[in-house]
Design a protein around this ligand. Sequence first.
Ligand SMILES: Cc1cc2nc3c(=O)[nH]c(=O)nc-3n(C[C@H](O)[C@H](O)[C@H](O)COP(=O)(O)OP(=O)(O)OC[C@H]3O[C@@H](n4cnc5c(N)ncnc54)[C@H](O)[C@@H]3O)c2cc1C
Length: 563
Amino acid sequence: MHNVWLGVKKSCEVVIVGSGFAGSLLARVLAVLGYDVVLLERGIHPRFAIGESSTPLANLSLERIGIKYGLEDCYNLATHGRWLAHFPEIRRGLKRGFTYYRHHPDEEFADRGLDSERLLVAASPHDSLSDSHWLRADVDHHFVRQADAAGVDYCDRVELTSADFAPDSVRVSGTRHGTPFELRANFLIDASGPGGFLARQLSIPSGLDKTETRSALVFSHFDGVGLMKDMVPGLPEGPYPDDWAAVHHVIDEGWMYSLRFDDGVTSAGFLLTPAGIASMKSVDPDNAESLWRALLRRYPTLESAFGEATPLMPIAFRPLIQHRLTRVAGERWALMPHAYGFVDPLFSTGIAWGLRAVERLALAFESAAGGRRVPDLEMLTRYEAALSAEADQIDLVVAGAYEAMAHFDLFAAQAMLYFAAVSFAEASQRLAPTESVAWNGFLGVGDSVLGSLPRESLSRLREITQGRGETGTASDRRKFVDWLTQAIALRNVAGLADPARRNLYPVDFDALISRHALLGMSREQLLQGLPAMRGMAPPPRIQSPRDRGQIVPGAELLGRDLL
Ligand SMILES: Cc1cc2nc3c(=O)[nH]c(=O)nc-3n(C[C@H](O)[C@H](O)[C@H](O)COP(=O)(O)OP(=O)(O)OC[C@H]3O[C@@H](n4cnc5c(N)ncnc54)[C@H](O)[C@@H]3O)c2cc1C
């Protein structure tokens, strides 16, 4: 991989700040579309990054990006089976679904058979089609190398000092190894995540005070973490092995994620509510390791699983992980989602949302490729409106889930809201794909049934919990579960919220077929589309941009030899 020499390169069409997977992938797609792109990174790859668990919607985006822009590796990284076959050296973990347990202080996790406080929702019918946890050091390194190979001018270890916008351009200045440089571009994309490059340059005000979710984080990567199947050996069999999933341990103070990679390393972290942190007052929060150990001591089953595990890097503490801005895009700039806002890892929305934004901005640049070469304001306004509504929606779904943690029945019901939204989106996107599908609202935004549910759900939950973690009466909880079940019914294509399932949900194609009408399809149409859902459709022929000699629309008018 080469570093572009910024003393020589004085201008480009698009400058992207930050080479996480989102920045690198977008840079590469824009290069494929014929744009002259510079990608600037303050660190170096490979490097640790958090945010590892992908989801079916994330992988659907990755597949679409792979197919549309001829990026075969994206298509192959979109299922665990293809990943293993094509990129065994890029570390990952098998993720069959979403596993939740409710733990109580000073008690072992109670095995009550099918009445256990345990919820499993499968995201894939078998291992080879499953999602993966991304070992971000490897995955991000892969994507930045691919961007470089696609013709993106990449430069690491840059210290950016300013971005000055003029009506026709943006000028980015900074230093590399103490040597100053200046770069003129038509458009700037901020993919710096919480690094917040443009937020500072444009003095974009924070919008955090209008959001609901607040949590702190204590986390690391660990070796030697025990499996829940060994900690609680007699649990009834679920739709997949409990541990090969995004495992969530709900506790009084918040929750813990535990993501196992195929090589045995586990990424784990506690997300702590403000009340949860306050309850740890005897522990110095600046001493992350002692906070970690104190939390484990409260929960014996977690202590058994993690007590002997070795952190592979120092356990770290972040007092507040949320951020949110009040703007997303302007005349010559746009933020990627993680630069705009972040809520919480609950429900693993980050990667899917980031990839959706890659698709959307790629479409915006594609439509400008033959003309202005920068997305028009209408597109950027659309992008801003989408991200803003979606950030609110994620916040409401997650805030509702935090309220619902007061009682596992409430939590399992609130989780159904998320699963209904994503399974409906996945089925409709797979069965009836359209060119503009990337603009569909995320998590039910814009959907006449799902759109308003998270807000209403949060309000109903708060009535029960009084915002103080109260569990309400059995009748309050039953009413909430019944309401939620009814509320999602018109989007419930996955057989969710079904008491007969006892909180163990496999991928249910029979439910999907019987509910064909909810997707606006006849039974026959759905049956015809089913191979696309089961991963049995013939693999698409992905031609690299070079092989297909693709010239972007209008490129010939500009007299540019683009590919
Ligand atoms: C605790 C936690 C757990 C999470 N778990 C999940 C999960 O399980 N699943 C999921 O989908 N999402 C998860 N997320 C969200 C996920 O981390 C993000 O969605 C994802 O990292 C976004 O990727 P990105 O490429 O946009 O940005 P980032 O990964 O944040 O990359 C930003 C890049 O920009 C660089 N940079 C920063 N500032 C500058 C600058 N001034 N100049 C140049 N370069 C700069 C950084 O060095 C970095 O390389 C989690 C987040 C947190 C906090």
